[in-house]
Write a protein that binds this ligand. Structure first.
Ligand code: HMG
Length: 440
Protein backbone atom coordinates (compact mmCIF):
# COMPACT_ATOMS: atom_id res chain seq x y z
CA UNK A 1 0.00 0.00 0.00
CA UNK A 2 1.37 3.42 -0.95
CA UNK A 3 2.19 5.77 1.89
CA UNK A 4 0.19 8.99 2.02
CA UNK A 5 1.01 12.00 4.13
CA UNK A 6 2.47 15.49 4.25
CA UNK A 7 4.92 16.15 1.44
CA UNK A 8 5.73 19.80 2.18
CA UNK A 9 4.69 22.59 4.51
CA UNK A 10 4.78 26.39 4.59
CA UNK A 11 4.00 28.64 7.54
CA UNK A 12 2.86 32.25 7.31
CA UNK A 13 2.66 34.36 10.45
CA UNK A 14 0.53 37.48 10.99
CA UNK A 15 2.78 40.52 10.53
CA UNK A 16 2.34 42.08 13.96
CA UNK A 17 3.59 41.02 17.37
CA UNK A 18 1.98 41.53 20.75
CA UNK A 19 4.69 41.15 23.38
CA UNK A 20 3.06 39.57 26.44
CA UNK A 21 5.54 40.23 29.27
CA UNK A 22 6.63 43.70 28.13
CA UNK A 23 3.50 45.21 26.52
CA UNK A 24 0.41 43.22 27.50
CA UNK A 25 1.22 42.43 31.17
CA UNK A 26 1.96 46.04 32.24
CA UNK A 27 -1.20 47.29 30.51
CA UNK A 28 -3.28 44.65 32.30
CA UNK A 29 -1.50 45.12 35.64
CA UNK A 30 -0.48 41.45 35.66
CA UNK A 31 2.78 39.75 36.60
CA UNK A 32 4.64 39.02 33.30
CA UNK A 33 5.41 35.52 34.59
CA UNK A 34 1.72 34.65 34.49
CA UNK A 35 2.18 34.62 30.72
CA UNK A 36 5.77 33.43 30.28
CA UNK A 37 5.78 30.78 33.02
CA UNK A 38 2.06 30.11 33.66
CA UNK A 39 0.74 29.98 30.09
CA UNK A 40 4.20 29.48 28.57
CA UNK A 41 3.83 32.29 26.01
CA UNK A 42 6.23 35.13 25.13
CA UNK A 43 4.21 36.77 22.36
CA UNK A 44 1.35 36.37 19.95
CA UNK A 45 1.24 37.01 16.23
CA UNK A 46 -1.43 39.48 15.30
CA UNK A 47 -2.90 40.16 11.84
CA UNK A 48 -2.06 43.54 10.34
CA UNK A 49 -4.96 45.63 9.08
CA UNK A 50 -4.43 44.36 5.51
CA UNK A 51 -4.32 40.70 6.58
CA UNK A 52 -7.09 38.17 7.03
CA UNK A 53 -7.57 34.42 6.71
CA UNK A 54 -7.60 34.68 2.90
CA UNK A 55 -4.41 36.72 2.52
CA UNK A 56 -2.48 34.64 5.06
CA UNK A 57 -3.72 31.38 3.54
CA UNK A 58 -3.00 32.54 -0.02
CA UNK A 59 0.48 33.77 0.90
CA UNK A 60 1.32 30.47 2.63
CA UNK A 61 -0.03 28.46 -0.32
CA UNK A 62 1.77 30.62 -2.89
CA UNK A 63 5.09 30.20 -1.13
CA UNK A 64 4.51 26.45 -0.87
CA UNK A 65 3.73 26.19 -4.60
CA UNK A 66 6.81 28.26 -5.44
CA UNK A 67 9.34 26.22 -3.52
CA UNK A 68 7.75 22.95 -4.60
CA UNK A 69 7.63 24.08 -8.25
CA UNK A 70 3.89 23.31 -8.49
CA UNK A 71 1.32 24.49 -11.01
CA UNK A 72 -2.49 24.34 -10.63
CA UNK A 73 -2.41 21.14 -12.73
CA UNK A 74 -0.62 19.35 -9.87
CA UNK A 75 -3.36 20.07 -7.37
CA UNK A 76 -6.67 18.18 -7.38
CA UNK A 77 -8.29 19.68 -4.32
CA UNK A 78 -7.97 22.72 -2.08
CA UNK A 79 -9.34 22.34 1.43
CA UNK A 80 -9.35 25.22 3.85
CA UNK A 81 -9.74 24.61 7.56
CA UNK A 82 -10.79 27.64 9.54
CA UNK A 83 -13.02 28.76 12.35
CA UNK A 84 -12.70 32.43 11.34
CA UNK A 85 -14.74 32.30 8.14
CA UNK A 86 -16.64 35.40 7.07
CA UNK A 87 -18.80 33.79 4.39
CA UNK A 88 -21.60 31.35 5.16
CA UNK A 89 -21.86 30.24 1.54
CA UNK A 90 -18.63 30.42 -0.46
CA UNK A 91 -15.79 28.38 1.04
CA UNK A 92 -12.62 30.32 1.83
CA UNK A 93 -10.76 27.99 -0.55
CA UNK A 94 -12.51 29.70 -3.50
CA UNK A 95 -11.17 33.09 -2.37
CA UNK A 96 -7.68 31.64 -1.95
CA UNK A 97 -7.80 29.88 -5.33
CA UNK A 98 -8.89 33.21 -6.83
CA UNK A 99 -5.79 34.88 -5.40
CA UNK A 100 -3.50 32.12 -6.69
CA UNK A 101 -5.04 32.28 -10.16
CA UNK A 102 -3.77 35.86 -10.43
CA UNK A 103 -0.22 34.54 -10.18
CA UNK A 104 -0.30 31.21 -12.01
CA UNK A 105 -1.23 30.59 -15.56
CA UNK A 106 -3.99 28.06 -15.70
CA UNK A 107 -6.95 27.71 -13.42
CA UNK A 108 -7.96 25.45 -10.59
CA UNK A 109 -11.22 24.65 -12.39
CA UNK A 110 -10.50 20.91 -12.09
CA UNK A 111 -9.84 21.17 -8.33
CA UNK A 112 -12.46 20.25 -5.75
CA UNK A 113 -12.70 22.98 -3.11
CA UNK A 114 -14.17 22.97 0.34
CA UNK A 115 -14.07 24.36 3.82
CA UNK A 116 -13.83 22.26 6.96
CA UNK A 117 -15.06 23.30 10.38
CA UNK A 118 -14.59 21.68 13.73
CA UNK A 119 -12.85 24.40 15.72
CA UNK A 120 -9.09 23.75 15.90
CA UNK A 121 -9.45 20.13 14.79
CA UNK A 122 -10.44 20.98 11.22
CA UNK A 123 -6.87 21.22 9.88
CA UNK A 124 -6.27 17.58 10.74
CA UNK A 125 -9.72 16.60 9.46
CA UNK A 126 -8.84 18.22 6.11
CA UNK A 127 -5.65 16.18 5.98
CA UNK A 128 -7.76 13.08 6.71
CA UNK A 129 -10.11 13.98 3.83
CA UNK A 130 -7.15 14.37 1.50
CA UNK A 131 -5.63 11.11 2.75
CA UNK A 132 -8.88 9.22 2.06
CA UNK A 133 -9.25 10.85 -1.37
CA UNK A 134 -5.75 9.74 -2.36
CA UNK A 135 -6.06 6.26 -0.82
CA UNK A 136 -9.34 5.68 -2.66
CA UNK A 137 -7.55 6.32 -5.96
CA UNK A 138 -9.73 9.28 -6.93
CA UNK A 139 -6.84 11.76 -7.08
CA UNK A 140 -5.63 10.98 -10.65
CA UNK A 141 -2.02 11.39 -9.50
CA UNK A 142 -2.69 14.83 -8.09
CA UNK A 143 -1.94 16.19 -4.62
CA UNK A 144 -4.19 18.05 -2.21
CA UNK A 145 -3.51 21.51 -0.85
CA UNK A 146 -4.66 21.82 2.76
CA UNK A 147 -4.60 25.29 4.29
CA UNK A 148 -5.26 25.87 7.99
CA UNK A 149 -5.81 29.60 8.46
CA UNK A 150 -7.20 31.54 11.41
CA UNK A 151 -7.29 34.84 13.17
CA UNK A 152 -7.68 33.59 16.74
CA UNK A 153 -8.97 36.72 18.40
CA UNK A 154 -10.83 37.12 21.70
CA UNK A 155 -12.85 40.02 23.05
CA UNK A 156 -10.73 42.47 24.98
CA UNK A 157 -10.41 41.58 28.67
CA UNK A 158 -11.51 38.00 28.04
CA UNK A 159 -9.04 35.67 29.85
CA UNK A 160 -8.31 34.16 26.42
CA UNK A 161 -6.97 37.51 25.16
CA UNK A 162 -3.44 36.50 26.22
CA UNK A 163 -3.61 33.42 23.98
CA UNK A 164 -4.54 35.13 20.70
CA UNK A 165 -2.70 34.46 17.44
CA UNK A 166 -2.94 34.68 13.67
CA UNK A 167 -1.36 32.72 10.87
CA UNK A 168 -1.71 30.06 8.22
CA UNK A 169 -0.13 26.67 7.61
CA UNK A 170 -0.25 25.33 4.05
CA UNK A 171 0.44 21.61 3.54
CA UNK A 172 0.76 19.47 0.45
CA UNK A 173 -0.76 16.00 0.90
CA UNK A 174 0.61 13.44 -1.53
CA UNK A 175 1.46 9.85 -2.25
CA UNK A 176 5.01 8.91 -1.18
CA UNK A 177 5.40 12.07 0.88
CA UNK A 178 8.80 13.54 1.75
CA UNK A 179 7.96 14.77 5.25
CA UNK A 180 5.70 12.35 7.19
CA UNK A 181 3.38 9.48 6.32
CA UNK A 182 0.16 9.02 8.28
CA UNK A 183 -0.93 5.91 10.15
CA UNK A 184 -4.12 4.16 9.11
CA UNK A 185 -4.95 3.92 12.80
CA UNK A 186 -6.76 6.82 14.43
CA UNK A 187 -8.43 7.30 17.78
CA UNK A 188 -11.26 9.68 18.66
CA UNK A 189 -12.77 11.23 21.76
CA UNK A 190 -15.90 13.24 21.01
CA UNK A 191 -18.75 14.84 23.01
CA UNK A 192 -21.24 17.69 22.64
CA UNK A 193 -19.65 20.47 24.77
CA UNK A 194 -20.37 24.17 25.24
CA UNK A 195 -17.23 25.53 26.91
CA UNK A 196 -16.01 27.32 23.75
CA UNK A 197 -18.39 28.38 21.00
CA UNK A 198 -19.20 31.21 18.58
CA UNK A 199 -22.89 31.01 17.61
CA UNK A 200 -23.20 33.82 15.06
CA UNK A 201 -20.51 35.82 16.80
CA UNK A 202 -16.92 36.69 15.95
CA UNK A 203 -15.29 36.36 19.36
CA UNK A 204 -15.79 33.13 21.29
CA UNK A 205 -17.78 32.71 24.48
CA UNK A 206 -15.37 30.71 26.63
CA UNK A 207 -15.43 28.99 29.97
CA UNK A 208 -11.64 28.85 30.06
CA UNK A 209 -11.18 26.69 33.15
CA UNK A 210 -13.70 24.14 31.94
CA UNK A 211 -12.17 24.15 28.45
CA UNK A 212 -8.92 22.89 29.97
CA UNK A 213 -10.74 19.94 31.57
CA UNK A 214 -12.66 19.16 28.37
CA UNK A 215 -9.41 19.17 26.37
CA UNK A 216 -7.81 16.70 28.81
CA UNK A 217 -10.88 14.42 28.88
CA UNK A 218 -11.28 14.22 25.08
CA UNK A 219 -7.54 13.69 24.56
CA UNK A 220 -7.54 10.83 27.07
CA UNK A 221 -10.49 9.18 25.30
CA UNK A 222 -8.78 9.61 21.93
CA UNK A 223 -5.57 8.04 23.22
CA UNK A 224 -7.46 5.06 24.62
CA UNK A 225 -9.41 4.72 21.37
CA UNK A 226 -6.14 4.89 19.40
CA UNK A 227 -4.60 2.21 21.60
CA UNK A 228 -7.68 0.07 20.99
CA UNK A 229 -6.69 -0.18 17.33
CA UNK A 230 -2.91 0.42 17.33
CA UNK A 231 -1.93 -1.30 20.59
CA UNK A 232 -0.57 0.23 23.78
CA UNK A 233 1.63 3.29 23.56
CA UNK A 234 4.85 3.60 25.57
CA UNK A 235 6.95 6.61 26.43
CA UNK A 236 9.80 5.52 24.14
CA UNK A 237 7.65 4.75 21.08
CA UNK A 238 7.71 8.32 19.76
CA UNK A 239 10.46 10.80 18.96
CA UNK A 240 8.04 13.69 19.53
CA UNK A 241 4.45 14.16 20.62
CA UNK A 242 3.00 17.26 18.91
CA UNK A 243 -0.35 18.24 20.43
CA UNK A 244 -2.80 21.03 19.74
CA UNK A 245 -1.30 24.01 21.56
CA UNK A 246 -3.74 26.75 22.57
CA UNK A 247 -0.88 27.78 24.89
CA UNK A 248 2.15 25.70 25.95
CA UNK A 249 0.90 25.39 29.56
CA UNK A 250 -2.05 23.35 28.23
CA UNK A 251 0.28 20.83 26.59
CA UNK A 252 2.35 20.70 29.78
CA UNK A 253 -0.77 19.44 31.59
CA UNK A 254 -1.73 16.99 28.83
CA UNK A 255 1.80 15.59 28.64
CA UNK A 256 1.83 14.70 32.35
CA UNK A 257 -1.49 12.86 32.01
CA UNK A 258 -0.26 11.11 28.87
CA UNK A 259 2.96 10.02 30.57
CA UNK A 260 1.06 8.64 33.56
CA UNK A 261 -1.19 6.71 31.18
CA UNK A 262 1.74 5.30 29.22
CA UNK A 263 3.71 4.06 32.25
CA UNK A 264 0.71 2.46 33.97
CA UNK A 265 1.40 -1.24 34.74
CA UNK A 266 4.87 -1.13 33.18
CA UNK A 267 8.37 -1.62 34.59
CA UNK A 268 8.67 2.18 34.47
CA UNK A 269 5.89 2.50 37.05
CA UNK A 270 7.71 -0.15 39.13
CA UNK A 271 10.98 1.77 38.85
CA UNK A 272 9.35 4.98 40.08
CA UNK A 273 7.35 3.30 42.85
CA UNK A 274 10.20 3.61 45.40
CA UNK A 275 10.27 7.37 44.82
CA UNK A 276 6.59 8.33 44.46
CA UNK A 277 4.57 5.19 45.19
CA UNK A 278 2.30 3.44 42.69
CA UNK A 279 -0.48 5.15 40.76
CA UNK A 280 -3.69 5.28 42.79
CA UNK A 281 -6.35 2.91 41.39
CA UNK A 282 -9.85 4.36 41.39
CA UNK A 283 -11.38 1.08 42.57
CA UNK A 284 -9.33 1.22 45.77
CA UNK A 285 -11.04 4.43 46.98
CA UNK A 286 -14.43 4.85 48.64
CA UNK A 287 -15.03 8.37 47.33
CA UNK A 288 -14.17 10.17 44.12
CA UNK A 289 -12.76 13.07 46.18
CA UNK A 290 -10.26 10.79 47.97
CA UNK A 291 -9.18 9.28 44.66
CA UNK A 292 -8.70 12.71 43.11
CA UNK A 293 -6.63 13.91 46.06
CA UNK A 294 -4.41 10.81 45.86
CA UNK A 295 -4.07 11.26 42.10
CA UNK A 296 -3.11 14.92 42.52
CA UNK A 297 -0.38 13.95 44.98
CA UNK A 298 0.89 11.23 42.64
CA UNK A 299 0.97 13.63 39.68
CA UNK A 300 2.84 16.25 41.71
CA UNK A 301 5.44 13.63 42.55
CA UNK A 302 5.58 12.30 38.99
CA UNK A 303 6.15 15.79 37.59
CA UNK A 304 9.28 16.16 39.72
CA UNK A 305 10.92 12.83 38.81
CA UNK A 306 14.07 12.93 36.66
CA UNK A 307 12.54 10.33 34.35
CA UNK A 308 9.52 12.52 33.56
CA UNK A 309 11.50 15.73 33.24
CA UNK A 310 14.03 14.14 30.88
CA UNK A 311 11.20 12.71 28.73
CA UNK A 312 9.29 16.00 28.67
CA UNK A 313 12.40 18.00 27.69
CA UNK A 314 13.22 15.54 24.89
CA UNK A 315 9.79 14.59 23.49
CA UNK A 316 7.36 17.42 24.27
CA UNK A 317 9.16 20.71 24.89
CA UNK A 318 10.62 20.90 21.32
CA UNK A 319 7.04 20.93 19.95
CA UNK A 320 6.34 24.24 21.71
CA UNK A 321 9.11 26.48 20.37
CA UNK A 322 7.09 28.21 17.65
CA UNK A 323 3.89 28.42 19.71
CA UNK A 324 5.66 30.25 22.51
CA UNK A 325 6.31 33.11 20.08
CA UNK A 326 3.04 33.16 18.09
CA UNK A 327 0.16 32.06 20.37
CA UNK A 328 -2.84 30.02 19.31
CA UNK A 329 -3.46 29.68 15.56
CA UNK A 330 -6.50 27.43 16.09
CA UNK A 331 -6.59 25.08 13.06
CA UNK A 332 -2.87 25.59 12.39
CA UNK A 333 -1.69 25.01 15.95
CA UNK A 334 -1.00 21.29 15.96
CA UNK A 335 0.74 21.65 12.60
CA UNK A 336 3.00 24.32 14.10
CA UNK A 337 3.78 21.86 16.90
CA UNK A 338 4.87 19.18 14.40
CA UNK A 339 6.96 21.72 12.45
CA UNK A 340 8.50 22.99 15.65
CA UNK A 341 9.64 19.49 16.64
CA UNK A 342 11.06 18.68 13.21
CA UNK A 343 12.83 22.04 13.09
CA UNK A 344 14.47 21.34 16.46
CA UNK A 345 15.64 17.93 15.25
CA UNK A 346 17.01 19.53 12.07
CA UNK A 347 18.88 22.21 14.01
CA UNK A 348 20.36 19.55 16.30
CA UNK A 349 21.45 17.48 13.28
CA UNK A 350 19.38 14.56 14.53
CA UNK A 351 18.67 11.61 12.23
CA UNK A 352 14.91 11.17 12.32
CA UNK A 353 13.87 9.22 9.21
CA UNK A 354 11.81 6.18 10.22
CA UNK A 355 11.04 7.57 13.69
CA UNK A 356 7.44 8.10 14.78
CA UNK A 357 5.39 11.00 16.06
CA UNK A 358 2.18 10.76 18.07
CA UNK A 359 -0.01 13.63 16.89
CA UNK A 360 -2.89 14.85 19.08
CA UNK A 361 -5.34 17.25 17.45
CA UNK A 362 -8.21 18.88 19.30
CA UNK A 363 -11.16 21.13 18.58
CA UNK A 364 -13.58 22.65 21.05
CA UNK A 365 -17.12 21.53 20.78
CA UNK A 366 -15.43 19.00 21.29
CA UNK A 367 -13.35 16.31 19.61
CA UNK A 368 -9.82 14.99 19.91
CA UNK A 369 -8.11 12.85 17.28
CA UNK A 370 -4.89 10.93 17.74
CA UNK A 371 -2.85 9.26 15.03
CA UNK A 372 0.79 8.33 14.45
CA UNK A 373 3.14 9.60 11.73
CA UNK A 374 6.41 8.22 10.39
CA UNK A 375 9.14 10.67 9.42
CA UNK A 376 10.23 10.18 5.80
CA UNK A 377 13.77 10.21 4.34
CA UNK A 378 13.25 13.58 2.58
CA UNK A 379 12.24 15.43 5.76
CA UNK A 380 15.43 17.47 6.27
CA UNK A 381 15.25 19.21 2.91
CA UNK A 382 11.62 20.18 3.49
CA UNK A 383 12.29 21.52 6.98
CA UNK A 384 15.38 23.43 5.78
CA UNK A 385 13.05 25.40 3.46
CA UNK A 386 10.95 26.80 6.32
CA UNK A 387 11.13 30.57 6.73
CA UNK A 388 9.05 30.89 9.90
CA UNK A 389 11.99 32.18 11.98
CA UNK A 390 12.43 35.13 9.61
CA UNK A 391 8.66 35.75 9.66
CA UNK A 392 8.64 35.79 13.47
CA UNK A 393 11.68 38.05 13.57
CA UNK A 394 10.28 40.54 11.03
CA UNK A 395 7.00 41.21 12.86
CA UNK A 396 6.25 44.79 13.87
CA UNK A 397 6.22 45.07 17.68
CA UNK A 398 2.98 46.82 18.69
CA UNK A 399 2.69 49.17 21.60
CA UNK A 400 -0.50 48.77 23.62
CA UNK A 401 -2.42 51.65 21.96
CA UNK A 402 -1.59 50.32 18.52
CA UNK A 403 -2.70 46.86 19.61
CA UNK A 404 -6.09 48.22 20.69
CA UNK A 405 -6.52 50.09 17.40
CA UNK A 406 -5.66 47.06 15.29
CA UNK A 407 -7.91 44.87 17.43
CA UNK A 408 -10.75 47.34 16.73
CA UNK A 409 -10.07 47.21 12.99
CA UNK A 410 -10.53 43.43 13.08
CA UNK A 411 -13.66 43.66 15.25
CA UNK A 412 -16.61 43.10 12.91
CA UNK A 413 -18.96 44.82 15.37
CA UNK A 414 -17.18 48.15 15.11
CA UNK A 415 -18.29 50.26 12.14
CA UNK A 416 -15.50 51.17 9.71
CA UNK A 417 -15.23 54.64 8.13
CA UNK A 418 -17.58 53.39 5.44
CA UNK A 419 -15.22 54.03 2.54
CA UNK A 420 -13.67 50.54 2.72
CA UNK A 421 -10.21 52.06 3.21
CA UNK A 422 -7.87 50.48 5.69
CA UNK A 423 -5.84 52.36 8.28
CA UNK A 424 -2.40 53.78 7.68
CA UNK A 425 -0.26 50.62 7.97
CA UNK A 426 1.72 50.04 4.81
CA UNK A 427 0.96 46.85 2.96
CA UNK A 428 4.01 45.26 1.29
CA UNK A 429 4.16 44.64 -2.42
CA UNK A 430 4.36 41.14 -3.89
CA UNK A 431 2.01 39.68 -1.29
CA UNK A 432 -1.71 39.15 -1.27
CA UNK A 433 -3.26 41.93 0.81
CA UNK A 434 -6.81 42.87 1.66
CA UNK A 435 -7.62 46.40 0.52
CA UNK A 436 -11.38 46.46 0.96
CA UNK A 437 -14.29 44.44 -0.34
CA UNK A 438 -14.41 44.03 -4.09
CA UNK A 439 -10.82 45.10 -4.55
CA UNK A 440 -8.83 42.17 -3.24
P1 HMG B 1 -6.51 32.81 33.48
O1 HMG B 1 -7.64 32.23 34.22
O2 HMG B 1 -6.44 34.27 33.37
O3 HMG B 1 -5.15 32.33 34.07
O4 HMG B 1 -6.44 32.22 32.03
P2 HMG B 1 -4.84 31.47 35.40
O5 HMG B 1 -5.11 32.31 36.58
O6 HMG B 1 -5.46 30.11 35.30
O7 HMG B 1 -3.27 31.33 35.21
C1 HMG B 1 -2.77 30.56 34.14
C2 HMG B 1 -1.58 29.76 34.66
O8 HMG B 1 -0.58 30.70 35.06
C3 HMG B 1 -1.88 28.94 35.93
O9 HMG B 1 -1.08 27.78 35.84
C4 HMG B 1 -1.38 29.82 37.06
O10 HMG B 1 -1.01 29.10 38.23
C5 HMG B 1 -0.17 30.45 36.38
P3 HMG B 1 -1.71 26.33 36.16
O11 HMG B 1 -2.12 26.37 37.59
O12 HMG B 1 -2.92 26.19 35.25
O13 HMG B 1 -0.62 25.38 35.83
N1 HMG B 1 0.22 31.74 36.97
C6 HMG B 1 1.50 32.09 37.20
N2 HMG B 1 2.66 31.42 37.01
C7 HMG B 1 3.82 32.08 37.37
N3 HMG B 1 3.85 33.34 37.86
C8 HMG B 1 2.69 34.03 38.06
C9 HMG B 1 1.45 33.40 37.73
N4 HMG B 1 0.16 33.79 37.77
C10 HMG B 1 -0.58 32.77 37.31
N5 HMG B 1 2.73 35.26 38.57
C11 HMG B 1 -7.26 30.40 30.69
C12 HMG B 1 -6.23 30.85 31.70
C13 HMG B 1 -6.86 29.04 30.15
C14 HMG B 1 -8.61 30.30 31.38
C15 HMG B 1 -7.33 31.46 29.56
O14 HMG B 1 -6.08 31.60 28.94
C16 HMG B 1 -8.38 31.14 28.51
O15 HMG B 1 -9.57 31.30 28.71
N6 HMG B 1 -7.91 30.73 27.30
C17 HMG B 1 -8.79 30.43 26.18
C18 HMG B 1 -9.33 29.02 26.25
C19 HMG B 1 -8.23 28.00 26.05
O16 HMG B 1 -7.21 28.25 25.45
N7 HMG B 1 -8.48 26.76 26.53
C20 HMG B 1 -7.55 25.67 26.33
C21 HMG B 1 -8.26 24.33 26.10
S1 HMG B 1 -9.52 24.47 24.87
C22 HMG B 1 -8.68 24.45 23.35
O17 HMG B 1 -7.51 24.19 23.30
C23 HMG B 1 -9.46 24.83 22.14
C24 HMG B 1 -9.17 26.21 21.57
O18 HMG B 1 -7.93 26.21 20.90
C25 HMG B 1 -10.30 26.63 20.62
C26 HMG B 1 -10.72 25.69 19.51
O19 HMG B 1 -10.60 24.49 19.54
O20 HMG B 1 -11.30 26.25 18.59
C27 HMG B 1 -9.09 27.28 22.65
Amino acid sequence: MTDVGIDAIEIWTGKLKLDLPNTFAPAKGEDPEKYTKGLGLNASSFPDTYEDIVTMGANAAHRLMEHEGLTPEDIGRIDVATESSFDNSKPVSTYIAGCLERVYEGKFSHANKGERKFACLAGTQSIDDAYNWIKSGRNRGRSALVIATDTALYARNDPGEATQGAGAVAMLISEDPDLVSLSTEQGYGSADETDFLKPNQQFPSVDGKRSVQVYLARMREALEDFEGVAGRTHTDDFAYIPFHTPFPGMVRKAALFGYRHMIRDTSMEDDLAGEIGRQPREEAFDSEGDFEEALREYMDGLKRTDAYQEWYARVVDPTLTISREVGNWYTGSVHLARASALKTAFEEGRELAGERLLVGSYGSGAQAEIHAETVQPGWEEKIADLTIDEGIERRYDLDYDEYERVHDVHNHDIESDGDGEIEEFTAPESEFVFDGWGRM
